[in-house]
Design a protein around this ligand. Sequence first.
Ligand SMILES: Nc1nc2c(c(=O)[nH]1)N[C@H]1C(S)=C(S)[C@@H](COP(=O)(O)OP(=O)(O)OC[C@H]3O[C@@H](n4cnc5c(=O)[nH]c(N)nc54)[C@H](O)[C@@H]3O)O[C@H]1N2
Ligand SMILES: Nc1nc2c(c(=O)[nH]1)N[C@H]1C(S)=C(S)[C@@H](COP(=O)(O)OP(=O)(O)OC[C@H]3O[C@@H](n4cnc5c(=O)[nH]c(N)nc54)[C@H](O)[C@@H]3O)O[C@H]1N2
Ligand SMILES: [Mo]
Length: 801
Amino acid sequence: MAGRLRREHEPDRDRDSDRDADQDADVQISKPKHSSVGLEGIAESLRYTLAESGPVRGTKTLLTMNQVGGFDCPSCAWGDPAPGERKHAEFCENGAKAVAWEATRKRVDREFFAAHSVADLRERDGYWLEKQGRLTEPMYLAPGAEHFAPIAWDDALALVADRLRAMDDPNRAVFYTSGRTSNEAAFVYQLLARRLGTNNLPDCSNMCHESSGAALAETIGVGKGVVTMEDITEHADLLMIVGQNPGTCHPRMLTALEKAKKRGARIVAINPLPEAGFGRFHNPQTVRGLAGPGTQLADAYLPIRINGDLAFFNALNRILLDREEAAPGTVFDHDFIDHSCDGFEAARDTWRALDWQRAEELSGLSRRVIEKCADEVMAADSVIVCWAMGLTQHRNAVATIREIVNFLLLRGNIGRPGAGPSPIRGHSNVQGDRTVGIWEQMPDSFLDALREEFGFEPPREHGWDTVDSIRAMRDGKVDVFFAVGGNFAAATPDTAVTEAAVANCGLTVNVATKLNRTHLCHGTEALLLPCLGRTEHDVQAGGEQFVTVEDSLAMVHASRGRLMPGSPELRSEIRILTDLAEALFGDDLGWPEMGRDYRVIRRHIEHVVPGFHAFEERVTQPEGFMLPRAPHDTRTFPTASGKARFTANPPTAAEVPPGHLLLTTIRSHDQFNTTVYGLDDRYRGVKGGRHVVFLNESDLKAFHLSDGDLVDLVSVFSDGERRAPGFRVVPYPIPRGCAAAYYPETNVLVPLDSTAETSNTPNTKSIVIRLEPSEARSSEADDQLIMSQETQGSTVSGPSS
Ligand SMILES: Nc1nc2c(c(=O)[nH]1)N[C@H]1C(S)=C(S)[C@@H](COP(=O)(O)OP(=O)(O)OC[C@H]3O[C@@H](n4cnc5c(=O)[nH]c(N)nc54)[C@H](O)[C@@H]3O)O[C@H]1N2
Ligand SMILES: Nc1nc2c(c(=O)[nH]1)N[C@H]1C(S)=C(S)[C@@H](COP(=O)(O)OP(=O)(O)OC[C@H]3O[C@@H](n4cnc5c(=O)[nH]c(N)nc54)[C@H](O)[C@@H]3O)O[C@H]1N2
Ligand SMILES: [Mo]
């Protein structure tokens, strides 16, 4: 019975004998939850905080999180309530874990690296690596060396400058950013790269909301969401939450949804998984929330097939068209369509041509269910559509989001209170990083402003995004890979290919707080530069400093760390970058001044980036300030035609051959991206392991599998097959033909060349797989899993009922 899953309450007969098989051997599965947060959530955050940071450091951090004068939570990008409405503890379970993770008392110092060779560390998983604690001083891995060894800051930065100078083309360097970086650090970083002469600025956004940015820029002229917190809490009649798991990934959004519900808004959730956050919400900030029955958040839940969203929104728009044609003037906002939009006819023709049978098949939803959803839409004067990764990481992602814009435009649901598109961002400052210039294809207007401000000519040729950077590294075109934060090798697709690509660079440099997998996939030589975290006190020659961030709802505000730095040797990201720039270019653009006093950087941002006038003054106000977004502010659309654009997006979906499944990769409740806090996924009923695959009960039967069997996931793509071994099968309420498993364990399955049209975002949410009996464990495991030849050929796709 090695490795077999147990249902909760089933006696754990062979717990001990399984122990060392692997960390997942004790995985326990129970029923998924239908409610969220409550006392269990609070207990969980306190437990983790106390264990990692101790009572004093832990409590101090939690109480200043997201408070005026405190630091911005380093977890997700959800916005803050107005200052007067903030609770004493404006945090969530996952924010608390993110903070405790950073405030940990454990250290990865020179003794640690002396004791562990790189080869030894490469044998450990990411969970173990990050659990070892904070990096304390710069470390260098010399060519051919087996251990990282200490190096002085000046020597480390001189070495990077030397290797950058030695390149015969500035485009042989790649500068990666993860979205936790502050506006100030991001601005300095892109300035350094462009001063050097390259636009090679890939970031995590390439893998995240790039599809949203591409679709929104094309259709409404602004590549970000155009709703505010008040639109959600005070004005929207209907909130559609599509491909997003707010209970886990944006927990404080539940408070806003509860507020909307209490004034009578309706919520429809569209997701292959019935996530706990759609059920009853027990607000941890109020006694009633904790003790009472909670608030039921979603009024309707549509169990859509993976990648069925384009078909669904086409069908929804078709129904609205039918109803408008049956009773002209009652459904569409003709005034708005005629005067503010173009492209309507082409879109309408696409809806007219809709093949209902195919739409039902692709979406997995019956026409009757979609009609009911249309009833909700018709009953609402204002509609907001929120979405996240469930929509952006598919081949047709940009088309899907354009179709959502069509849907909103039809009834004028944009540029008025309570209406509009709202991509919910991931990393706490991923949106701000983009605003201040982290993008491989910043527009000429930005580059012109940079030239005006600093007096040098920035490169104009577009740089490499994340996937193109990996290709370039693989092909030997990169001498220096530099990363500010993130876990490039683990977060990107095609793990084996990517790890080899990173190792193919000359020098790899990681500015980081903790050790991760990417640091061990080093180039010929490597540097680890430890930085301050968001929670930590930052004092420079110019005095105490703060940084700024932009949330998902376009509010910019200050963030001030309060904790003693984890080690006296830590430097702020900004200082590391300005010191490096000084080593490279001397004082040509005033780098040392920027490092001494971040106000100098903010003054440059004010001059270069639209919307930042009186930056210093406004950002020191308690509530910060909102960046302008024309569609929201003035109902105007800065597109080429000056109008909002309808587009034709005929339904498509990933092709799934008979006997195969479509796999989506998701986050557990106990992780932040590649950072694994623990092995549980409380809301989905998983305890003690991450190598699980959620499957529909009928598919289990069709494949002759039972609860707890072990399978290998084998992905199938034009360039061959990839395998992720040893996943436990879990029957789960997910549509037939669909499967879900955790990221990043499944990234090995994602082909580098499988990306979204236009945005080039890896298709990490639609991976075609088949299941094979696993040889990953003992031979006993095989006995559990007999997949006959017949079932391998049978069809499991098709609409669910
Ligand atoms: N605790 C925690 N918080 C986080 C993060 C984290 O890892 N942990 N990560 C941060 C980051 S960078 C990001 S981008 C966000 C991510 O936030 P989410 O996008 O909410 O996170 P995912 O787990 O990727 O989940 C995607 C959701 O989409 C659903 N889904 C999957 N495929 C489809 C599909 O084809 N159609 C539809 N309609 N739904 C689908 C899944 O069931 C899941 O509910 O969260 C941020 N916040
Ligand atoms: N299969 C699959 N792959 C995915 C996704 C998916 O849904 N499925 N999601 C994609 C998405 S949405 C994203 S955003 C990317 C995430 O990609 P990344 O942003 O590259 O990855 P993270 O796991 O967020 O990065 C974690 C690391 O950041 C470092 N870090 C943490 N805090 C700080 C700090 O304050 N400063 C610095 N310098 N470093 C810090 C730590 O060392 C930590 O190990 O992954 C993408 N990959
Ligand atoms: Mo993300």
